[in-house]
Design a protein around this ligand. Structure first.
Ligand SMILES: O=C(O)c1cccc(C(=O)CC[C@H]2O[C@@H](n3cnc4c(=O)[nH]cnc43)[C@H](O)[C@@H]2O)c1
Length: 231
């Protein structure tokens, strides 16, 4: 029988705990065609790159990576799709939103003769498979561009700026790093996040961290359990 070996990644223990709880709640639905291992990457692109590259180097049997977690939704994004609190979102692409030169109202890319990789398309086949799995489970989701930042946006001004510049649905701090490392290892990668906060003037009282972790963990568990051996 064909087997698929899935690496589940999340930035924090809180997010990973929600995945484990969701798997436990669903009972043991694992079959012999699916092997799941887990990695807590740490917060931010640098820790994520280091930890993910390390495990993929040591475990060449991994076939794909499912990255999940929480995210902040842009209130203004110049696209037709708007994510709201606790919405589930799938990434079509990831951009490195603060790699460049910060001007008053935009992040200016470097000159053409200083090329940088700042945009990564996630695996379309895996994205379609995940969409079907969520659809079959009656779990609603949105999909679009995710923006990865080193420095989380703590003002509405910066959020509007990044959302509009990149037509971004939401921002996070690890996704582009996961996508870049997977590309280097020629592995398909999927990213699913649940909105824990709107990107506005920082106010922790408005955040719904625990519920967002629970929803993201549940979606990751449903997708992991539904992945076929070939996609
Ligand atoms: O204490 C704060 O003000 C604060 C501001 C932004 C983010 C945090 C976090 O603890 C979350 C970092 C963690 O969660 C993801 N995440 C969730 N919301 C956002 C966001 O609005 N901007 C960037 N990242 C976000 C991120 O992937 C990190 O893993 C605390």
């Amino acid at each position: 029988m064909d087997t698929v070996s899935v690496l589940i990644t999340a930035a924090t223990d809180m997010e990973m705990r929600a995945f484990i709880d969701a798997i436990d709640a669903e009972g043991d639905q694992q079959d012999t065609c699916r092997l799941v291992c887990r990695l807590i990457t740490g917060i931010g692109p640098v820790e994520t790159t280091l930890s993910l590259a390390g495990i993929l180097h040591k475990q060449p049997e991994i076939d794909c990576v499912l990255n999940f977690g929480i995210a902040g939704a842009y209130l203004k994004n110049d696209s037709s799709i708007q994510a709201g609190m606790l919405d589930l979102c799938l990434a079509e692409q990831e951009v490195l939103g603060d790699l460049g030169i910060q001007l008053a109202d935009k992040v200016e890319p470097f000159r053409d003769d200083l090329p940088v990789r700042d945009r990564f398309v996630l695996d379309p086949g895996l994205l379609l498979t995940a969409s079907r799995i969520l659809g079959d489970a009656d779990i609603a989701y949105k999909q679009g561009t995710f923006v990865t930042v080193n420095c989380a946006s703590g003002t509405r001004h910066r959020g509007d700026q990044l959302g509009c510049q990149f037509h971004g649905l939401c921002e996070n701090m690890e996704g582009a790093a996961v996508a870049r490392v997977c590309e280097a290892f020629s592995l398909p990668c999927l990213e699913v996040r649940c909105i824990s906060n709107m990107v506005e003037y920082r106010n922790r009282a408005n955040w719904r961290l625990w519920e967002a972790c629970a929803e993201a963990g549940r979606a990751a568990a449903v997708i992991a359990a539904g992945l076929p051996a070939k996609f």
